[in-house]
Design a protein around this ligand. Sequence first.
Ligand SMILES: C[S@@+](CC[C@H](N)C(=O)[O-])C[C@H]1O[C@@H](n2cnc3c(N)ncnc32)[C@H](O)[C@@H]1O
Length: 248
Amino acid sequence: MELDRNTQLNIQNFVKSLTKADEAEIQNYIYEIQEDHKFHDSIAAKANTGSGEKPFSFRMLAVDVSSRTALYVLCRTLKPNVVVETGVASGMSSSFILRALDKNAKGKLYSIDVPWHTVKNIWQHNPDDAVIHEQPIETKSGWIIPDRLRDRWDLTLGKTSEKLPPLLEKIAPVDVFFHDSAHTYENMVWEFQTIWPNLRKGGVMMAHNINKHSAFADFEKSVGGTSFKLSGLNNDGREMFSGGKAKA
Ligand SMILES: C[S@@+](CC[C@H](N)C(=O)[O-])C[C@H]1O[C@@H](n2cnc3c(N)ncnc32)[C@H](O)[C@@H]1O
């Protein structure tokens, strides 16, 4: 995985703003994940399924390279005990978080997901579905996660609106939260409002696709403090933004 200089600087500024870590440390972690060939090879091996066509949940839904790298670097920098993510699909963001926890030799990732397969079936009448070729693998949330990283992973299947509150009762306070489930205004604001009181001081909340509407900006206004934006290109070349907010 090679990141151009601009992308590296973008990630560095984002993580520095959220953690106050020093630039050399952040740069080291960016370098570390770029050079982690064993990790990238195991993801590539899982992504290359028998049919030769990469599954949709990896090709189109996986979080952009800047955001997945930022998640890795954030988790390396903060050394979290408890990470929560909503929205798994193939498990690209989960894999980067889990690799960071593995390197830290501590922490656990709790993920919540409605399997992409189920959501796809609900979308069946959308003409964009013409590009979706179902593969058996799509029924399994996190199918791309390298096997040796799964010990630190706890997956809950179901809607975040039902599963997040009871999960938080068991595991809070949370050190790092990442939203990448349903990007409706209502769901995003609800997840932010639900996680915020359960985030420890100094903890970080990060959300993908914040440019879809004003949910992230509105939440920021309601709790005060500063948020930081990270831009990246999705798999189809569209610019996306992730937002990050640290709890003071
Ligand atoms: C954009 S994809 C996640 C991509 C993933 N973070 C990655 O980097 O590979 C969104 C996932 O959230 C799931 N999802 C959609 N609505 C949800 C909800 N209300 N609760 C939980 N998961 C949901 C989808 O089925 C899909 O698996």
